[in-house]
Structures are given as structure tokens and as C-alpha cells.
Design a protein around this ligand. Structure first.
Ligand SMILES: C[S@@+](CC[C@H](N)C(=O)[O-])C[C@H]1O[C@@H](n2cnc3c(N)ncnc32)[C@H](O)[C@@H]1O
Ligand code: SF4
Length: 377
């Protein structure tokens, strides 16, 4: 029950920084990747010393642009993981930028043990890609997807929607026709501090609404079902790693800015009966390279349930409240009886035995649903 079968590793380096990006990213400089990998190895050992190791089911190397690492660097990263945690039995995802793919590199990544590639396509229109400040063009993106598919990867593409002048129908048809088994669609968000924010780029409400309206039915015509707020997959091709997050499972977080979710260590003198888990988010690069780590935040039983609902209600299948209660050591339906009742009355939630999920209306106001539970926490 307290195993940690998932590992996320953050690689913050990118060839250039996109004007909309708010992730923890930076351009590489001489010696920086070397220092990064050395610190990653130190942190891997610390995590194992503190939490132990468990057979890993999934690994996700995200960023940033992990596929931007040179072959020898990625090999070193894979060795650090294998030597400290072992490898994933079910799924190992590498986040990939289209411009970094060649047939030789794709084979190398596959031979290293990666089974899934999550590719930042963003659009299949050159003018939209230029607007987004991407370094690849449509032809490169489509060639990259085909190369990865023919190498044997399960391939997922990220699309950004509601971009000014984007023809989203065209993007979806172009990707759908490639026979992709997984597509993630994210509405463009303009985050404070990004170049887009400073330039005053605005998202049109109509474009956002149009994207939300057409994405699900169009992707369904290619056999891709919406299984999570932003994610669509053919049956059996859902991301196991991300599903573990949405099911509130425990995972290690390795690297600068990476977040982890861990069971509470019971022999810790801070342990109280109400605290059952902790989360920890690492600081960004400079302090992390100096050995600083995130301060663990403790999670009470009730908070574990609200986190579980916040994540689980993102899934079309919803959340098994009996399993959540068992893991929390607190009966979710009893503890939050009033909040559940409010959400049922408002038509936001529906129940089938122990499974509780959002109705279509509830999915659109997920933040409001969760705030009803937070108020009662
Ligand atoms: C962590 S990013 C890294 C992926 C990869 N480096 C890339 O950009 O090709 C994962 C995805 O988040 C999405 N994303 C990043 N910033 C976004 C923003 N401001 N609005 C909407 N989607 C965004 C993009 O679709 C991107 O592919
Ligand atoms: S390549 Fe991806 S992670 Fe890097 S800056 Fe662009 S969007 Fe952000």
C-alpha cells in the first residue's frame, strides 16, 4: 500500500525558450548538464536512503526538453535511474521536441529502454508554430512522429489550442490521420512573467470555447476517447504514469523543480496519527545544485482525500471512493457527506456504487467542485 512505483525526473534544458512557457526551463551552458547529472545522482541516492526502493511501474522524463540531451548524457541519466531505482516494468516515457528526432536517435532512445514518446508538436501549421516561437516546422513534426512510431514507440502528441489564427480542425485531422494513439490538448495559457504576457497576447474567449467544443467529438472520429480533462487516447493507450498522478498514487520526484509524493515515514518523530503522506517540491536550479531540497509538506487524512478528489475527478472514470478511503484511513463519504450532497444536488457529481465522477457540467467547473470540499476540509 505504501509502495512508490512511479518516478518523475525533470530535465530543465531547452534549445530555446518558447515565449509562452512557464515551466522551470533554461538554455544549456557549458558544464551545466555535467553538474546537473552529478547532482541528480546524489539526489537519487538520498531519495533511496530515505524512502527505499520499490519495483517501478512507470518512469517519466520530462522538462524542459530531455530529448535535447546528447546521447552520452541521456545514457548517463538512464544509468543513474537503473543503478538507484531499477527500470519501469510497464511504461518509460521520454518527452521529445520534434527538432531533436532522427531515426538513429529514436533507435538509441528505444534501445535505452524508453517505450513511449510524448512529443511537443503544438500545431501542424507553420505560421502558428512561428507565432509560438517553436524551432521546428510542420514537416519536421510529422516526420518525427512517423519515425518514432516506426521505431516502436507508443507516441503521444501535445497540441496547444486557442492560439490566434489556428485552424484547430486541420491540426486534429492531420494528427488523427497519422494513427496516433494518444493526444493531449492544452488551451494556451498566458502566464505572468512570460514574453507573451509582457507583449499583451490575449486569448479570445470564442477561440477557447470553440476549441473545447470541437476537440472531443473530432478526436472521437479517430478512435481517441477523452479519458481526462486534457487527454485523449485509444482504448488501452492511456498514459499510465499520468494516470497514477490522477489516482493520487505515490511517486518519486527527482531533479530541480521536481515534485514528489511520498507515504509518511512512520518512525519519524514528527509523525502524528492524522498525517499520512508528504509532498516535496524541489527548488529551482541554482539552490538545487548546491544541495538544497524542498521542505516536506505534511498531508493529513482529510487533505489526502481532497487531493484524491481534485486529481481523480479529472478522470472520466472518476475515483473509487472506497479505495481512497482505505488509503486515507478515513471514510471519504462520511467525512465529506455535506460536500458530496451539495455537489450531487448541483448536478456536478454522479455515483455508481463506490465510483464517483464528474457529470459533463461538473467537469467544466472542476475548481468549483473541489472548493466545496476544501471548505469542509
Ligand atoms: C512540459 S512541456 C514540455 C514539452 C516539450 N519541451 C515541448 O515543448 O515540446 C509539456 C507541454 O505543455 C504544453 N504547454 C506548455 N506551456 C503551455 C502554455 N503556456 N499553454 C498551453 N500549453 C502549454 C505544451 O503542449 C507542451 O508540449
Ligand atoms: S521547448 Fe517545451 S519546455 Fe522548453 S521552453 Fe518550449 S514549451 Fe517550454
Amino acid at each position: 500500500m505504501n509502495s512508490i512505483p512511479h518516478l518523475y525526473v525533470h530535465v530543465p534544458f531547452c534549445p530555446t525558450i518558447c515565449p509562452y512557457c512557464d515551466f522551470h526551463v533554461l538554455e544549456r551552458r557549458a558544464g551545466l548538464v555535467e553538474s546537473y547529472l552529478a547532482e541528480l545522482e546524489r539526489e537519487a541516492k538520498q531519495l533511496v536512503a530515505k524512502h527505499g526502493t520499490f519495483p517501478l511501474e512507470t518512469i517519466y522524463i520530462g522538462g524542459g526538453t530531455p530529448s535535447f540531451l546528447r546521447d552520452a548524457e541521456l545514457e548517463q541519466l538512464v544509468s543513474i535511474i537503473r543503478n538507484n531505482f531499477g527500470w519501469a516494468s510497464l511504461e518509460a516515457t521520454l518527452e521529445v521536441n520534434p527538432g531533436t528526432v532522427t531515426s538513429a536517435r529514436a533507435s538509441h532512445w528505444f534501445d535505452l529502454g524508453f517505450t513511449r514518446a510524448s512529443v511537443g508538436v503544438q500545431s501542424t501549421q507553420d505560421d502558428v508554430l512561428r507565432f509560438l516561437g517553436r524551432t521546428h516546422n510542420t514537416k519536421q513534426a510529422l516526420t518525427a512522429l512517423e519515425t518514432l512510431q516506426s521505431t516502436g514507440f507508443a507516441v503521444s502528441a501535445d497540441l496547444i489550442t486557442a492560439v490566434p489564427d489556428q485552424n484547430l480542425e486541420l491540426d486534429i485531422h492531420t494528427l488523427g490521420r497519422l494513427g496516433l494513439t494518444h493526444i493531449s490538448c492544452y488551451t494556451l495559457t498566458i502566464e505572468e512573467g512570460t514574453p507573451f504576457h509582457k507583449q499583451g497576447v490575449k486569448i479570445l474567449e470564442e477561440a477557447e470555447a470553440h476549441a473545447l467544443e470541437i476537440t472531443e467529438p473530432l478526436l472521437e472520429t479517430y478512435g481517441l476517447q477523452r479519458y481526462e480533462v486534457s487527454n485523449h487516447a485509444k482504448q488501452g493507450k492511456e498514459s499510465l504514469h499520468n494516470t497514477a498522478y490522477w489516482q493520487n498514487k505515490f511517486f518519486y520526484g527527482l531533479g530541480a523543480g521536481a515534485a514528489g509524493h511520498y507515504p509518511q515515514i512512520t518512525n519519524n518523530h514528527q509523525h502524528t496519527a492524522d498525517i499520512i503522506a508528504m509532498r516535496r517540491t524541489n527548488p529551482h536550479l541554482a539552490p538545487w545544485l548546491e544541495g538544497q531540497r524542498g521542505t516536506p509538506e505534511t498531508i493529513s487524512r482529510a487533505e489526502f482525500i481532497t487531493d484524491g478528489l481534485f486529481n481523480g475527478l479529472r478522470l472520466r472514470a472518476g475515483i473509487d471512493t472506497s479505495e481512497l478511503s482505505q488509503r486515507a484511513g478515513l471514510n471519504a463519504q462520511e467525512h465529506f457527506a455535506k460536500a458530496f450532497q451539495t455537489c450531487f444536488e448541483r448536478g456536478w457529481l454522479e455515483q455508481n456504487k463506490d465510483m464517483i465522477r464528474c457529470t459533463k457540467a461538473g467537469w467544466w467547473v472542476l475548481n468549483k467542485v473541489v472548493s466545496v470540499f476544501l471548505e469542509q476540509q
